[in-house]
Design a protein around this ligand. Structure first.
Ligand code: G3P
Length: 218
């Protein structure tokens, strides 16, 4: 399972990268705004800064919502750095643009996916990644994890190579459940990655090992 971090915060990206388990980064306009990154030039520079920190795929989201605008913006983003993945929303012109971009060899991440049918369309258009937002489904009392299971089944039935990128991950159990269901990638906050480290028996066991070592080596 690939681990992506879902943030535009450079310190958090560097911390996850230093842990040695990071495979990429996802961003979106809200995450950029949260870090105070505004204006096209600053946003472009920030994408390149992220690429220079992490060794892996970096999703950069288009703002345009019409076919011509999406492909123009997508081609510009893709030209920024070889690690850039063009993130395109699941709308009609987005599907057309994903097909166009993937035919040109540009990698894409189809975002804002909330149903198996949308995921099927993304795969047929040739998306590199599909991003089902499981946390936002959970937020409205809908089972986000069952969407991951449905997409896994559909993609396996037909051998689609589009990778399932479980997005809107909120906590460690989302990560574990998505891994059990066969999601190819998860993207979430740093806490969902570092939270996997924690177990009280690990802490208690280590404390005892170190205390016993001290007793025998005084
Ligand atoms: O980046 C897309 C997705 O992960 C957003 O997550 O927490 O805003 O629902 P969230």
């Amino acid at each position: 399972m690939k681990f992506f971090i879902d943030t535009a915060n450079l310190d958090q990206i560097a911390e996850a990268e230093a842990l040695g388990v990071l495979d990429g980064v996802t961003t979106n306009p809200s995450l950029m705004a949260k870090e105070g990154i505004t204006g096209r030039d600053n946003i472009i520079k920030h994408y390149v800064d992220i690429c220079n920190i992490v060794d892996g795929d970096v999703s950069a989201e288009v703002i345009a919502t019409d076919f011509e605008g999406i492909i123009k913006e997508g081609e510009e983003l893709a030209a920024l750095h070889e690690q850039i993945i063009v993130k395109v929303p699941m709308i009609k012109d987005g599907v057309k643009a994903i097909k166009y971009l993937s035919d040109k060899g540009i990698k894409t991440n189809c975002t804002l996916v909330f149903s198996p049918g949308q995921a099927l369309l993304a795969a047929k258009a040739g998306a590199t990644y599909v991003s089902p937002f499981i946390g936002r489904l959970d937020d409205i009392s809908t089972d986000g994890l069952s969407l991951i299971a449905d997409i896994r089944q559909i993609y396996d039935n037909y051998g689609y190579e589009t990778e399932i990128l479980a997005a809107s991950i909120r906590h460690t159990m989302h990560v574990i459940d998505c891994a059990k269901l066969g999601a190819d990638v998860m993207t979430g906050p740093l806490s969902a990655i570092t939270g996997l480290l924690k177990h009280p028996l690990t802490d208690i066991g280590l404390e005892k090992f170190l205390a016993d070592y001290k007793k025998g080596n005084n």
